[in-house]
Design a protein around this ligand. Structure first.
Ligand SMILES: [Zn+2]
Ligand SMILES: [Zn+2]
Length: 479
């Protein structure tokens, strides 16, 4: 074997090794070495010069071919490596998010592992593809039912009243949903868990979250037996716990207490992060729960707020709204409902902050779609008009605890486990001779101290403030 051939074979073997070990160096070597060697052969290769013209041509073509493939290698190697850097960057930020949720809690580990596998498959298909997060605020009148979809994963927050069961089922059917990864019953009022037994019977369900409280109603008992008959158990929400819905991260923010007088404050509050977008679902949580979240210093900032308790004045308090600071708000509320929802002061707070409000009484089903950057809606925003301005009759405004034998309770009845203790009227503070009046948590009227409508709650405020916030005088006590 000639020296030329030996050199050629040695170079080729070295080349194969270097491509395996260091692809970039290998490609560089492949691009440079053959052409250098060819120049060497023509100038100094004694034996090479003795070869026939044909042999010289064949060797030249081979070496030039190797150089060209080396140049090709350089192009692909460096192109691929820039993609690889992107992938590493993405997975790094994923890791940060994952670590965060790990810090938060660990009880949903199995779930997470499952999700991770699915996520990896999705990543394999397209590393930068988040997909869409679709949030359907299904129009169920004076009630809540929210379907959330992400890459074949789905979750249902609340299921309307008993009468909405079929409506919700066919809505899910129309979306092609056959199983729900999660069902969340924010709190055991009928307008939130009414259709839940039916939905649990009709669909495959992964996990059911319910707050650790009960209601002595047929609706609640129906739900409890549906869960039992399915061989499932409800999971109690632990604030700080988080779980994945496809590429979205859901974190439980409330309830943060276990001695609420009002079932509404038991509401599970859920935050969903998807790409750069965030959503806050508050059930019927009222100012008490809202302020607990504020005081805990939780990250409440969200692009979209599902307004608490159908827009009642007792929710969406100024401090909470300031922290959430949403661009968009959605109110699930019935047309001309008897509760006067949404409340005038809540609507004013939203209006003053320039929040775009979508509402099921005006828009029907509201669908918000996020690509992780922007949120689009299926309709234009609704008005800021309040329901309590339209209330003509002065009826008892405060939802009253029903006796324990109450069956299918009507929506918003505060069926409390313990009777709420009666609160003594707060001392009347008069400042600058301003008359102090009282409003209730959900009512639209202001009252003088001791009015019969103040049995359940009374919030003192200046008469002028009450008027400017849209409250009108009670026709019974004529304050
Ligand atoms: Zn409620
Ligand atoms: Zn409600």
């Amino acid at each position: 074997m000639s020296n030329t051939t030996k050199g050629f074979i040695a170079s080729f073997i070295f080349l194969l090794f270097s491509i395996q070990l260091a692809p970039k160096l290998g490609a560089l070597f492949l691009a440079i070495a053959p052409i250098v060697y060819l120049v060497y052969l023509f100038k100094k290769g004694v034996k090479f010069k003795s070869y026939s013209k044909n042999v010289k041509n064949i060797i030249s073509v081979l070496l030039i071919g190797l150089t060209l493939s080396g140049i090709g290698g350089i192009l692909t190697e460096f192109g691929v490596s820039s993609n690889k850097t992107k992938q590493i960057a993405t997975s790094k930020s994923d890791n940060i998010e994952e670590n965060k949720s790990k810090e938060d809690k660990n009880s949903v580990k199995n779930e997470k592992d499952k999700e991770k596998k699915v996520e990896k498959n999705v990543t394999a298909v397209n590393s930068n593809e988040l997909g869409e997060l679709k949030v359907h605020f299904i129009n169920v009148g004076q009630a809540d039912s929210i379907l959330i979809e992400q890459n074949n994963h789905s979750m249902l927050i609340d299921t309307g009243n008993n009468a909405d069961s079929n409506k919700i089922k066919s809505y899910l059917d129309n979306q092609g949903i056959t199983s729900l990864d999660y069902i969340i019953g924010t709190h055991p009022h009928e307008d939130h868990i009414g259709g839940m037994d039916y939905i649990i019977n009709c669909f495959k369900v992964g996990k059911i979250y319910l707050p650790k409280t009960t209601a002595n109603t047929a609706t609640f008992r129906d739900l409890a037996s549906a869960i039992k008959n399915k061989g499932m158990q409800a999971t109690a929400p632990i604030p700080g716990d988080s779980f994945k819905l496809g590429n979205a991260t859901c974190t439980i923010l409330a309830p943060n207490n276990s001695n609420y007088k009002n079932l509404n404050d038991w509401s599970i509050v859920l935050r969903i992060n998807f790409g750069n977008n965030s959503f806050l679902f508050t059930g019927d949580a009222e100012a008490i729960s809202e302020m607990e979240m504020v005081k805990k210093g939780l990250d409440l900032k969200a692009d979209l707020l599902k307004v608490g308790h159908h827009g009642s004045n007792s929710s969406t308090c100024a401090n909470f709204l300031e922290k959430v600071s949403p661009k968009y708000a959605v109110i699930s509320v019935g047309k001309e409902n008897s509760y006067g929802h949404p409340g005038n002061s809540t609507m004013n707070r939203l209006k003053n902050k320039g929040v775009k409000v979508y509402r099921t009484d005006e828009n029907g089903t509201v669908i918000a779609t996020s690509d992780g950057k922007y949120i689009n809606f299926n309709c234009n925003p609704g008005t800021y008009s309040a329901g309590d301005n339209k209330l003509k009759v002065d009826k008892p405004q405060e939802p009253v605890a029903k006796p324990s034998n109450s069956t299918k309770s009507s929506s918003n009845n505060n069926v409390v486990s313990k009777p709420a203790p009666k609160v003594a009227p707060a001392p009347v503070q008069s400042q600058n001779n301003e008359q102090t009046v009282y409003v209730t948590r959900t009512g639209s009227k202001y009252h003088s101290g001791g009015c019969q409508y103040l049995r359940k709650s009374q919030i003192p405020m200046k008469k002028s403030d009450a008027i400017s916030q849209g409250y009108s005088p009670c026709s019974k006590c004529r304050p």
